[in-house]
Design a protein around this ligand. Structure first.
Ligand SMILES: [Zn+2]
Ligand SMILES: [Zn+2]
Length: 778
């Protein structure tokens, strides 16, 4: 059996017919292989919102409006109408229609004129992909190319190519561009009348110009509709409706919404035809309008710009992206993208600082810290209002955005720990500036972007897990395992709890309390020189970052996070998130309540009577015992204190004194605030005191500083210190040689000599500290 088939096949292959066919096929496949189809079409990039609605369209690289039509946009109506008009046998032929070709050739010979009726849609696609002069040779090559296209692509894909390239006059190509620029909708929303209009134009794109030749187009359209009716392509009712539909279109501008985001995505994906962004069109439009209106009101104060980023905390997708108050505002740099601009954060990094300190266990919300003038090695920060508050809680310091406590916490935590946190949260400029950053980083002495800041705050809303935002829509977005834990859920909760408090000074002064205050946690920031106003807030659902200022960098006296940025933040929350579930963050199990001494925030000792409740993190927070009071032995008139060595037999009593830090003593002295002093130690006592705590703090000069002196002048350096409140006198030493004994609160002057100089200060209890300075000759 097999033998018989073999021999038959063999004898067939010997025939001339078979040889001809084989040679033809061989040549075709060789050509096919050597010259594969070239589809080199540049599309207009379209940026859509998360629902696929066009936000923004860009001209293609060859300056055409050529928007890529998706298969789902080719509705049955559109498909039927196109095929009925252009190529009835499209589904059945292999790229060319032999019957039509024969008819065309016959017509050409008998009637001496050319007709184009022989072109299938596939052949038209070939011609549009590769426009060439119409010669018989090119016609043949077109036929071969058409067959080739049918081999490489499905019918749907070929129809899609056709609809992408079909001309509509001027620089408009493809049905989608025509649909948007004239009817302002996507092709799948076109009515039958509109579809028919777009079907008839490509053959006469110049004489049937939409917008200028509408009456003529209606005439032609209705003719075509009648043909459709005769062919029973659509039911009569639809045809009759279409016949009555008026045509009132004209050419519109291409959509230009969300310009900053669209430009950014276009730059990122220059060759994509359709970029589906995560933006919600309605939210974007609302916020855009709000920002524009808001800045219109602040312009009288010379505050000309603002930027806003809205992040959905669950998906970490950006739902609104406003780069400036008006993209077309050339005068105030409207094209600058304020979401990506590098600015100073002011105090807006304080939450991450305190959260990190909570996680390291060094402080809890009710811990007491001294807000008093402090010299951090030459850096002497002031508060926003230039006042000092003395003893304050950490919670109060954060809610009131006090600067000195924040710098102290950076110092205690180590600035590198804070920088590491910011690096984990992908702060690009901080990474670059790392070596130059000092303690002032937490007061805004670094560069950040609104995007980085809003992203950081979203981590508080996500139990401390940081994740990069995405601006592309992903319907399958889940919390990806790639997110980086930067703080614990417990610390996030503590920070959120503080930032959600309503009694705070950074509510806008003119805030109308009858106006809805959204339930959010938020923090403001104002940069040095009042150049930047920040307000960043979050609830369960959204994190919103607001920046207000001038792109020129010009500072304005009225500019502050509380007064200028917060009202806009509240407005946006109230508009996009009003009346949602009202769900709030739950207290994690690791957050526990404990009793602490109100005077220190540490665990109460036997002497502490004023106890309050504080939060702490289980297994993490410190368990320091309070030392706010200290027991002293004093004489009955409380004028002399004793140690165990010199207790007099004549009698004494025990008394508790407040254990004040030297800086606080000096603050009280300066401000003439009364405090109870510890009586002088027994002058007859011979014991040498050596107590580790509360050594004097040399406040001038600064450790490590350099002085330049000239030979002729005898310059002097001032020595000053802060001491514990049981100290009366101090001893100053230069290179371990006694310089002078002075009263502890009196400064001392000396003339330095060239070289490295060790300066020591020892108090009358024997506690001492050293610093080094370098003195050079000019
Ligand atoms: Zn206490
Ligand atoms: Zn003594």
């Amino acid at each position: 059996m097999i033998e018989r088939i073999k021999s038959k096949l063999f004898s067939f292959l010997k025939t001339r017919w078979a040889k001809t066919i084989l040679v033809f096929l061989g040549v075709f496949f060789l050509l096919n292989f050597l010259f594969p189809p070239k589809i080199n079409v540049h599309y207009s990039t379209i940026v859509t919102d998360s629902n696929g609605e066009i936000l923004h369209a860009f001209l293609s690289s060859d300056e055409k409006w050529r928007m890529f039509v998706e298969l789902k946009e080719i509705t049955p109506t559109l498909r039927k109408a196109i095929l009925a008009k252009e190529d009835k046998y499209f589904q059945y032929h292999f790229g060319v229609n032999p019957v039509a070709i024969c008819r065309a050739v016959f017509n050409n010979i008998t009637k001496k004129r050319r007709t184009s009726g022989a072109s299938t849609i596939t052949m038209q696609v070939v011609r549009m992909l590769n426009p060439e002069e119409r010669t018989y040779w090119n016609k043949l090559s077109e036929i071969l190319r058409a067959i080739q296209l049918e081999i490489f692509y499905s019918k749907d894909e070929i129809l899609q190519m056709y609809l992408n390239l079909v001309p509509y006059g001027s620089n408009i190509e493809g049905i989608k561009s025509a649909s948007y620029l004239y009817f302002q909708k996507s092709p799948d929303r076109l009515s039958l009348a509109e579809v028919t209009t777009l079907v008839i134009i490509p053959n006469r794109p110049t004489s049937l110009k939409l917008g200028t030749k509408n009456p003529l187009i209606v005439e032609e359209r209705n003719k075509r509709l009648k043909t459709f009716q005769a062919e029973q392509l659509f039911d009569n009712q639809s045809i009759n409706d279409a016949l009555r539909e008026p045509l009132l279109v004209f050419r519109h501008e291409a959509p230009k919404n969300a310009p900053h985001l669209s430009l950014r995505l276009k730059k990122q994906f220059p060759d994509e035809a359709i970029i589906v962004s995560s933006v919600k069109k309605a939210t974007q439009a609302k916020v855009e309008q709000m920002v524009a209106n808001y800045v219109n009101r602040t312009r009288v104060m010379n505050i000309n710009n603002a930027a806003v980023l809205v992040i959905n905390n669950q998906t970490m997708q950006v739902e609104a992206y406003i780069g400036s108050a008006g993209f077309n505002d050339n005068f105030d740099g409207g094209q600058v993208d304020g979401v990506q601009a590098v600015r100073s954060p002011g105090s807006a990094l304080k939450p991450i600082l305190y959260a990190t300190a909570f996680d390291k266990g060094i402080i809890t919300p009710k811990n007491i810290i001294n807000d008093v003038p402090t010299n951090f090695n030459g850096f002497e920060p002031e508060n926003f209002d230039r006042k000092f508050n003395g003893k304050v809680s950490i919670e109060f310091a954060l809610a009131n955005s006090l600067n000195i406590p924040a710098v102290k916490v950076v110092r205690d935590l180590g600035k590198s720990t804070l920088i590491e946190q910011l690096k984990k949260a992908d702060f690009q400029t901080v990474k670059k500036q790392e070596k130059d950053l000092g303690l002032s980083i937490v007061l805004g002495g670094c560069g950040v972007t609104l995007e980085e800041m809003t992203q950081l705050y979203a981590a508080f809303a996500n139990e401390g897990n940081w994740q990069k935002v995405t601006m592309l829509y992903d319907k399958d977005v889940k919390k990806k395992p790639s997110h980086t834990p930067i703080i614990s859920a417990a610390a996030s909760y503590l920070i959120t709890d503080i930032l959600a408090q309503i009694k705070r000074p950074d509510l806008p002064n003119n805030f109308d309390y009858t106006y809805r205050l959204p339930k959010i946690a938020w923090k403001t920031g104002t940069s040095f020189g009042r150049r930047d106003a920040w307000s960043i807030g979050f609830n369960k659902k959204y994190t919103i970052g607001v920046w207000v200022g001038n792109f020129s960098g010009e500072g304005v006296p009225e500019l502050s996070g509380a007064e200028i940025a917060t009202p806009l933040l509240f407005q946006i929350f109230n508009t996009i998130d009003y009346n949602t579930s009202g769900e709030w963050f739950h207290q994690p199990n690791a957050v526990v309540s404990r009793q602490v001494c109100a005077e220190s925030g540490d665990l109460p000792s036997d002497y502490c009577s004023n106890k309050i409740l504080d939060y702490s993190i289980k297994g993490i927070s410190h368990t320091r015992k309070c030392t706010h009071l200290k027991k002293f032995y004093v004489n009955l008139s409380e004028s002399i204190s004793y140690c165990t060595q010199c207790l007099p037999v004549s009698g004494y009593k025990e008394k508790l004194y407040t254990n004040l830090a030297p800086e606080l003593v000096s603050f009280y002295e300066q401000k003439h605030i009364l405090y109870e002093k510890i009586p002088t130690h027994n002058p007859n006592c011979t014991r040498f005191f050596k107590i580790a705590n509360n050594a004097p703090i040399i406040t001038n000069p600064n450790n490590g500083s350099e002085y330049y002196i000239s030979k002729n002048d005898s310059q002097q350096i001032q020595l000053s210190c802060q001491t514990s409140n049981d100290v009366k006198e101090v001893y100053w030493y230069l290179n371990d040689r006694l310089l002078q004994k002075t009263l502890s609160n009196k400064p001392l002057f000396f003339a330095p000599t060239v070289g490295k100089l060790k300066i020591s200060c020892t108090d009358d209890k024997g506690r001492s500290s050293n610093i080094w300075v370098i003195v050079k000759e000019e």
